[in-house]
Design a protein around this ligand. Structure first.
Ligand code: IPE
Ligand code: IPE
Ligand code: MG
Length: 239
């Protein structure tokens, strides 16, 4: 059994609290958070992680103050512009999950640009979950399947787990092996519900702006010690 997770997904949390502790604005917290993204992405590449998925903006995050939402969108554009060359150097392929159509045009344009220019890269797949919600993802998939059933493209008897999987935003991703959440919160917050069905969960008190390569290494070491049984007994796995 592989001790290295193929797909790592991170709920990057604690930017606001990090800023508060330093007596700084939330903006500064998010800017520092972007630096952690860079370090963690590059470390994941160096460790041969094949898929890294980062929760960057949830469907619920629209409820934040308007100024913070627009700042997060601007930061995203800045991040994409700044990191683009390094993504090419690191052979990273960028993709997104979530309802991208609802994002501001400048964000959409920059995303399309980077996705297009990195599409032939063969290294790590970096997926940004943007305007993503697990429930919304399942809902849009059910809706698409319902239309196909209505138009006799799929027969209801044929609907199985792979049908659902194929209609999710996350259809191009393998199941998540390891979920990491920073900042001490121990919840999923509507992240990849379907894809985390059998993921190992790792929670750390470290706030996202303080999360660096050593922290990711610690999470990977912890993961390597776990026994993933997938319903079987421990004995079955060793024989
Ligand atoms: C995570 O940090 C960033 C996003 C959700 C976009 P938070 O902004 O949630 O930080 P806290 O939870 O307020 O500390
Ligand atoms: C989850 O963090 C979303 C992202 C990391 C983008 P939140 O900080 O929004 O989560 P809750 O609302 O505290 O659970
Ligand atoms: Mg938070």
């Amino acid at each position: 059994m592989s001790t290295l997770p193929k797909h790592v997904a991170i709920i990057m949390d604690g930017n606001g609290r990090w800023a508060k502790l330093q007596d700084k604005s939330r903006v500064t917290g998010h800017q520092q958070g972007a630096k952690s993204v860079r370090e963690v992405v590059e470390y994941a590449v160096s460790q041969n992680i094949q898929f890294l998925t980062l929760f960057a903006f949830s469907t619920e995050n629209w409820s934040r103050p308007k100024d913070e939402v627009s700042l997060l969108m601007k930061l995203l554009v800045t991040y994409l512009k700044k990191e683009f060359t390094r993504m090419l150097q690191n052979n990273i392929r960028l993709q997104t999950v979530g309802n991208i159509d609802e994002l501001p045009t400048i964000v959409k344009n920059e995303l399309h640009n980077v996705i297009d220019k990195t599409k032939n890269n063969s290294g790590m797949v970096l997926t940004l979950a943007l305007n993503y919600g697990g429930k919304e993802d399942l809902t849009q998939a059910m809706k698409a399947i319902a239309f196909k059933v209505k138009n006799s493209i799929i027969s209801p008897e044929k609907v199985d787990q792979s049908t659902i999987n194929e209609h999710l935003y996350t259809r191009n991703l393998p199941p998540v092996d390891l979920v990491i959440r920073t900042s001490g919160e121990e919840r999923i917050s509507n992240f990849l519900l379907w894809h985390i069905a059998y993921a190992e969960l790792y929670f750390t008190e470290t706030l996202w702006p303080d999360f660096k390569k050593e922290d990711l290494q610690k999470a990977l070491t912890n993961y390597a010690k776990r026994e993933r049984r997938f319903g079987k007994t421990s004995e079955q796995l060793t024989t």
